[in-house]
Design a protein around this ligand. Sequence first.
Ligand SMILES: Cc1cc2nc3c(=O)[nH]c(=O)nc-3n(C[C@H](O)[C@H](O)[C@H](O)COP(=O)(O)O)c2cc1C
Length: 359
Amino acid sequence: MNTQIAFAESRVSQLLKCQYPILLAGMGGVARSELVAAVSNAGGFGFLGMVRESPALISQEISSVREKTERPFGVNLIPAATDQDLLEAEIAACMEEKVFSVGLFWDLSDALVRRLVDHGILVVCQVGSVSEAVAAQEAGAALIVAQGVEAGGHVRGQLKALELIQEVSRNVDVPIVAAGGISTGKHIFDAFTAGAEGTMIGTAFIATEESFAHPYHKQRIVDADSDATILTTDFHINWPRDAKVRVLRNSVTNGDHGDPNTRPLKVIGNEEGRPIYLFSTDSPLRSMSGDFEAMALYAGVGSRLVRDIKPAAQVVHSLAVEFAEASSKSVPVNDDFENEPVELASSPCYAADFDAPSI
Ligand SMILES: Cc1cc2nc3c(=O)[nH]c(=O)nc-3n(C[C@H](O)[C@H](O)[C@H](O)COP(=O)(O)O)c2cc1C
């Protein structure tokens, strides 16, 4: 039980050299330089979502983050959803830019993890099962992100986040970061109680001013109720077959567009000349136009508690304060954001009092 560990003292904060072990998920399209810099500047740790992006864009985005912050950040890649030549070029760009950390997801490539580690890069692997967590640790991952089924976007495993964290923590020694459905500091506290030492958050950061998601997607998350999300394989173009995604229910998940595997492909949008197809894994971005309602509106179950579009720093700050309230700890708040440390009025709550909620 780790509930007495303050954020700043967690192994995750120490390894990632950040103030709070709050990681921005490397959401493809959404987590661009503006959001990554905002999260890292607020004391968290941002990952650029660079799946299938060109090496030129990766280098440009890395430079853009470095212009906005001196704090560390990482780059997220998804080998299984990327053509092999492009992946090699992406990896070369990350090595050339001497990125601090690379985050990987989906099929684990031991060889790739080892190559990155040999280049002095801190590797973070997101997993959906205990066996994957053990394999990632053996390959050299410094941190394991345990992703529960509550997560928005592609979902790897079948267990809920708290169950997976408990299982993984019995089997690996490296620090575990909780992902999936986390949108409050109380959720983070619950994850710490289960054995995590940090959190990786996607959905709550979509609804921020700095995210590259289209305003339509941000507003749909703000409007989501507790029954809003569904796990589906309907959005599949660009990814390995049968990969599940958690999205907001829409005309596609309602079946209004027929069989997702029919041909020919139908164009429903455009991103600077690139066609966006019905049933593709592209989510609505600022740079797109088209039928947003029919696109993949990724969202985790925690969307029901995201009620406003805020600056990302406010999201990081609120999570830290809520964690402190939940654990009755005093968390020193990032100087750039506020000068006063957070003092808590509430009485201490101990691990034994913990009543694991479904997050
Ligand atoms: C819009 C969106 C895009 C995502 N894209 C990626 C991605 O490119 N790479 C990745 O490793 N994970 C991606 N994920 C999954 C996250 O890494 C993480 O597991 C998830 O966001 C955690 O759950 P939450 O959304 O409930 O916070 C994405 C999630 C969302 C919501």
